[in-house]
Design a binder for this molecule. Structure first.
Ligand code: PLP
Length: 397
C-alpha cells in the first residue's frame, strides 16, 4: 500500500484531503514529494503566521525538547508561565487559561460564562448565524453551520443564534437571562464576514444594559491576522473573554482563553483542567512566535500587505464583475465572493501551484502566512486573474 492507500485504510474519512503528499515546507512555500512547489495562501488554516521552518521557532522547540516535553500542569513550568506573561502583555488582559486547541478554548469560555451566570440567573448563550466555534459538543452548539451540526442533536440547552449583523434580531434575543454572546468579529469558516460597526456598537450598548458577557472568538482572526493583535480592536471594544489558538503555538497544538479582571476567580482550583493544555514544547514554540511577531511589528506589515492584496483583488473584481461579487476582510484574512461555487477555481489554483481555500460554497478564503510580501500577492493575483478570465469567458458567452 502506498501512503494514500494506507490513509484510506487506517484513518476515519473525516477530511477531504488535497492530492498532495508533502515532502517539506519552507518560508511561504510547501514542496510536494512529486517535486512540485506551492505558494501557500492558506497557511495551514491560519496557523503558520511566520510561514514554515522559522529558525527561531525551531531552535526554541529544540531547547525545550532537551529540557522536558511533558511533566503535567501539577508543576510550575517557566516556559508556560513566560508564554502566559507575553500573551497577557500583548493583549492587555490579566489572565489566561491554556488549552490544546481552539474548540477547547471555546469550551473553557462556555464553562466560565455558565459558572459566572449561575449565581446571577443568567444561563443563555448566544452566537451568530453562520458562525464557527469548533466541533466539540459545546462549541458545536454555538456553531451555526448545518453541515457540521446535522445528526449531532441534541445540543447544549439554552443556546440560540442571532442573525449575522442584524441589530433588530440582536435586540430581540438578548436580555436579563443572557450569560454570554459569542462573536467572531470576522467570521472565517462562514465566508469571511466582517461584523458591522452598528452591530458591534449595539452589542456593547446592550451588554451595559443587561450585564451579559461578550466572548470574542479570535481563534482565526486573532494574533495579528487582521492587522491588529485581535480583530475586535478595530471596533474600540473590550470583550470579557477572548479565545485564541491557531498561530498561538507556532505550529504546535496550543489554545487559550483570556479573561478580564472580574472573571479571574470564576473557576477556582479544580473548576477546569486539562492534562496536556499548555504543553511546554508548544509554549516554547508559541513564545518564540509571539516574540518574533511583536519584534517585527508584524501588525504594520499585515496592514500594508493586506491593503495591497485587497486593492489588487478589488481591481480584479472590477475587471470581472460577472464573476466576482465582493472582496472583503481585514488585514490578511480576505474573502473573494464569487457569483458561483468556487471549488473549481481553488482546484485550478492548486494545479498552478497556489494554495487557497473555498469556504461556504462560493467564497475563496485567503489566510496566508503573515510574512508574505507584495511579490507573492502579485503571483497569487496573476494566477487567479488568468483563471477567472477563462471562467468569465465561459459564463459570459
Ligand atoms: C473561529 C474559530 N473558532 C474555533 C475554531 C476551532 O478551533 P480548532 O480547530 O483548533 O478546534 C476554529 C477553527 O477553525 C475557528 O476558526
Amino acid at each position: 500500500m502506498d501512503t494514500i492507500d494506507k490513509e484510506n485504510h487506517y484513518i476515519l474519512h473525516t477530511y477531504k484531503r488535497l492530492p498532495i503528499e508533502i515532502d517539506r515546507a519552507d518560508g511561504v512555500y510547501i514542496y510536494g514529494k512529486d517535486g512540485k512547489k506551492y505558494l501557500d495562501f492558506f497557511g495551514g488554516i491560519a496557523v503558520n503566521a511566520l510561514g514554515y521552518n522559522n529558525p527561531r521557532v525551531k531552535a526554541a522547540i529544540g531547547t525545550q525538547l532537551e529540557r522536558y516535553m511533558h511533566v503535567s500542569n501539577l508543576f510550575y513550568m517557566d516556559v508556560q508561565i513566560e508564554l502566559a506573561e507575553t500573551i497577557c502583555r500583548i493583549s492587555g488582559y490579566p489572565k489566561v487559561f491554556l488549552t490544546n486547541s481552539g474548540t477547547e478554548a471555546v469550551e473553557a469560555a462556555i464553562k466560565i460564562s455558565r459558572k459566572w451566570g449561575s449565581s446571577r440567573n443568567k444561563t443563555g448563550l448566544l452566537a451568530l448565524s453562520n458562525s464557527f466555534h469548533g466541533r466539540t459538543m459545546g462549541a458545536l452548539s454555538l456553531t451555526d453551520r448545518p453541515k457540521y451540526r446535522h445528526g449531532f442533536e441534541p445540543f447544549l440547552p439554552d443556546v440560540d443564534h442571532i442573525a449575522f449583523n442584524d441589530v433588530r434580531d440582536l435586540q430581540a434575543k438578548v436580555g436579563g437571562a443572557t450569560a454570554a454572546v459569542f462573536v467572531e468579529f470576522i467570521q472565517g469558516e462562514g465566508g469571511v464576514n466582517v461584523i458591522s460597526d452598528d452591530f458591534a456598537d449595539e452589542l456593547f450598548m446592550l451588554k451595559r444594559k443587561h450585564g451579559f458577557l461578550v466572548v470574542a472568538d479570535e481563534i482565526q482572526g486573532g494574533i495579528y491576522r487582521s492587522g491588529k493583535v485581535f480583530s475586535f480592536e478595530h471596533y474600540g471594544v473590550h470583550p470579557d473573554l477572548v479565545t485564541m489558538a491557531k498561530p498561538l503555538g507556532g505550529g504546535l497544538p496550543l489554545g487559550g482563553v483570556l479573561v478580564d479582571e472580574q472573571l479571574q476567580d470564576v473557576l477556582g482550583y479544580g473548576g477546569h483542567g486539562t492534562t496536556f493544555g499548555g504543553n511546554p514544547v508548544a509554549c516554547a514554540a508559541g513564545l518564540a512566535t509571539l516574540k518574533e511577531l511583536s519584534e517585527r511589528k508584524i501588525e504594520f506589515h499585515v496592514a500594508k500587505v493586506g491593503g495591497y492584496l485587497k486593492q489588487k483583488l478589488v481591481e480584479l473584481a472590477a475587471r470581472f464583475p460577472d464573476f466576482i461579487s465582493e472582496v472583503r476582510g481585514l488585514g490578511l484574512m480576505v474573502g473573494i465572493e464569487c457569483k458561483t461555487e468556487c471549488a473549481e477555481i481553488v482546484n485550478e489554483l492548486l494545479a498552478r501551484g497556489v494554495l487557497a481555500n473555498c469556504t461556504n460554497g462560493n467564497v475563496i478564503r485567503l489566510l496566508p502566512p503573515l510574512i508574505i510580501e507584495e511579490e507573492h500577492v502579485d503571483a497569487f493575483v496573476a494566477n487567479l486573474g488568468e483563471i477567472v478570465q477563462e471562467h468569465s469567458k465561459v459564463t459570459t458567452k
